[in-house]
Write a protein that binds this ligand. Structure first.
Ligand code: S3P
Length: 428
């Protein structure tokens, strides 16, 4: 694919599609499979570069990984004790890989190093280092950033309240807690996605939960599983948002994850006037999966704040990118975390919207974006951030003229076939 991609305006979004397997679940399944002695197999494993980073690390830690031509992945797990890697573990662009794997590595009987690309090396790691250190971990960093050097140690359980709501931090501590002596409790400021808890249970561990808190007792044995990874709801979000801004649209996304901690966007789109139905809903290893059908409509102004912001964190760039085309506009607050994602997503969205002629007010922790605006095509930056590239491909569908997305190949981080799939459901 060309690094820069031209997206032309569209007339409508129509049809049905499936999106690739969920990235959050794939990371967790791969890491837990490494610690479950025997062979696990996953169908529809996330095809992007991020989960490939996790698989490469799992291989470097001594597990045999086989990728099938059908998108399946099999992992031969070693049990709780992994093998010392012979090189630095390369997490690429993946914050999930670095943060969640650190919880496992902190308890291993060896030393290792975790490295990442330029973007990952700028992202905050203190959020996992602080609580892991309370558990007895020995981690050195470059002032709270990668590379991380972890000397494995015996860990003890801890009760911890993270200062920011982060599912990566929660999962890191649950994984460390699984290998620690005693119980580990994480008490979250706001509920975050619960795939760590559900995946641990799927692999046979007991996890106790109440609304904002979760406890795991250490030294439990995992067993391998076979699972189908549901379609990624954060990937589905781009298409749902595209359909939401065309009055005649009609879109069905099949086999998609409907976990309530990942489907807050459906509530927002409903408030925007869309009619949404869920079909064929079933449960697989604790995760809800089904089809989502969306027909656009005209609704009111939408405000996203507090707990809802935490649940929508990966969908906010595309929600902001379509905001100018909505009837009532969108206001987002409590989203300062967006500054420390793969790019500074708060500024990235503001700059790209402005380049397309939008009126947008950026605040300390969000945006105010009026509705009913007309945008024009422009040259926009992906900032090498997959979700920014995809968000502006959606905005481009309703802009006048052509939009050039610079370095659009970064979509391969989570969704290598994104542009082909978008073309299939866009009428021009
Ligand atoms: C993720 C959690 C979120 C999200 C990221 C994936 C996960 O990050 O932005 O894309 O799989 O747990 P934080 O937990 O740091 O908010």
């Amino acid at each position: 694919m060309d690094k820069n991609l031209v997206v032309r305006g569209g007339r409508n979004v129509l049809g049905s599609l499936r999106v690739p397997g969920d990235k959050s679940i794939s990371h967790r399944y791969a890491m837990l499979a490494a610690m479950a002695k025997g062979r696990s197999r996953f169908d529809n494993f996330a095809p992007g570069a991020d989960c490939a980073s996790t698989l490469r690390c799992v291989e470097d830690l001594g597990c045999t990984v086989e990728r099938g031509a059908d998108g399946s992945v099999s992992i031969e797990g070693l049990g709780p004790e992994l093998s010392a890697p012979s090189r630095a573990l390369d997490c690429g662009n993946s914050g999930s890989t670095m943060r969640m794997l650190s919880g496992i590595l902190a308890a291993q009987p060896f030393a290792c190093e975790l490295v990442g690309d330029a973007s990952l090396s700028r992202r905050p790691m203190k959020r996992i280092m602080d609580p892991l250190s309370l558990m007895g971990a020995q981690i050195r960093s470059e002032d709270g950033h990668a590379p991380l050097r972890i000397q494995g140690a015996r860990l003890s359980g801890v009760e911890y309240r993270p200062p920011v709501a982060s599912a990566q931090v929660k999962t890191c501590l649950l994984f460390a807690g699984l290998l620690a002596n005693g119980a580990t409790t994480i008490d979250e400021p706001h509920p975050t996605r619960d795939h760590g808890e559900l995946a641990l249970r799927a692999f046979g561990a007991e996890v106790q939960r109440s609304r904002n808190s979760v406890t795991i007792t250490g030294r439990q044995t995992l067993h391998p599983i076979e699972a189908y990874v549901p379609g990624d709801s954060s990937s589905a979000a781009f298409f749902l948002c595209a359909a939401a801004i065309f009055p005649e649209s009609n879109l069905v996304i099949d086999g998609v994850l409907l976990n309530p901690t990942r489907s807050a966007l459906l509530d927002v789109l409903t408030a925007m006037g869309c009619r949404i139905s869920m079909l064929r809903v079933e449960e697989q290893h604790g995760e809800l999966v089904g089809a989502v059908a969306l027909v656009a409509g005209k609704g009111k102004h939408v405000r996203v704040a507090g707990a809802q912001t935490a649940l929508l964190i990966d969908e906010l760039p595309v929600l902001a990118a379509i905001a100018p085309f909505t009837a009532g506009g969108v206001e987002v607050s409590d989203a300062a975390e967006l500054r420390v994602k793969e790019s500074d997503r708060l500024s990235a969205v503001t700059r790209n919207l402005q380049a397309m002629g939008a009126q947008v007010e950026q605040t300390d922790d969000g945006w105010r974006i009026p509705g009913n605006q007309q945008l024009h095509g422009a040259e926009v930056e992906s900032y090498h951030d997959h979700r920014i590239a995809m968000a502006f491909a959606i905005a481009a569908l309703r802009a006048e003229g052509e939009t050039v997305i610079r370095n659009a190949d970064c979509v391969a981080i989570s969704y290598p076939a994104f542009f082909e799939d978008l073309d299939r459901v866009t009428e021009r």
